[in-house]
Structures are given as C-alpha cells and as structure tokens.
Design a protein around this ligand. Structure first.
Ligand SMILES: [Zn+2]
Length: 132
C-alpha cells in the first residue's frame, strides 16, 4: 500500500489517501467532463483529511448521490464522496490533485502519464491535442 498526498491548489483542502493507484477513470459525466478530473475510487476510509472538513464545500446535482467536494477559495475539486452499489462509502480521488513526487509511483502509473505533459510543453508543440 502506498500513501499519496493530495490537495486543492491553495492547500485549504488536503488529504492522504492509501492504496495502489493502478488506474484512473476519465469520467464523462457532465461535471467531470468540465473539470477534466481523473478519478480513482477507494473506500472512504482510505482517505484521511489533513485539513478541517468544513474547508471543503459540497456541490451536488441530479440525484445528489455524489458529494463533489471543492475548495471555495481556489476552486479546485480534489475529491468526491459517495457510495458503491452495495452501499459502501467510497471516495473518488481526483488524481490530478495528487503530488507526483511521492515514492512508490511506477512508470505505468496514470498519474505519471498524466503529468508527462504540462502547460509548459504546450508552447513547444509537445501537446498536439486540439484545444476547444
Ligand atoms: Zn484551495
């Protein structure tokens, strides 16, 4: 098991998450599509908030089944809470909010793959994906 550190941009919402990051989902729901989140699902107990829970605001829509937690100061959505089909409490960690320098990341790690391209590369033509 590896412990990853994650946070919003300004640090008011920070957490540790324990598990093996072996995949992440580019969710195509109406909110994740807009946010560009890459989600990693873990049991809620594997996510430990390091900051006051009240620092994370909650956004809900549709059936209000998922609590999208975000920082009202910097606007970043570092995680969400909900439950799986069996009713177990789950967390959806936005792997884009995890720190990449942590030991234990392997070359197949989706976080490392996602970090290979940064906005600094865009001007050098490394990122040839179309921009919308
Ligand atoms: Zn913040």
């Amino acid at each position: 098991m590896t412990v990853y550190q994650g946070s919003c941009h300004c640090g008011r919402v920070a957490y540790e998450v324990e598990g093996q990051l072996d995949g992440a989902m580019a969710c195509n729901c109406s909110i994740c599509q807009r946010k560009g989140s890459l989600l990693w699902f873990v049991p809620r107990g594997n996510l430990r908030l390091l900051t006051d829970e009240g620092n994370a605001s909650t956004y809900e829509f549709n059936k209000h089944a998922i609590h999208h937690r975000f920082c009202a100061v910097c606007g970043i959505h570092p995680y969400a809470e909900g439950s799986d089909p069996k009713g177990n409490a789950m967390a959806a960690v936005n792997v884009r909010c995890l720190e990449g320098g942590r030991a234990g990341l392997d070359p197949g790690d989706p976080l490392q793959r996602a970090r290979r391209l940064t906005h600094k590369d865009a001007g050098r033509g490394a990122d040839r994906r179309p921009t919308l």
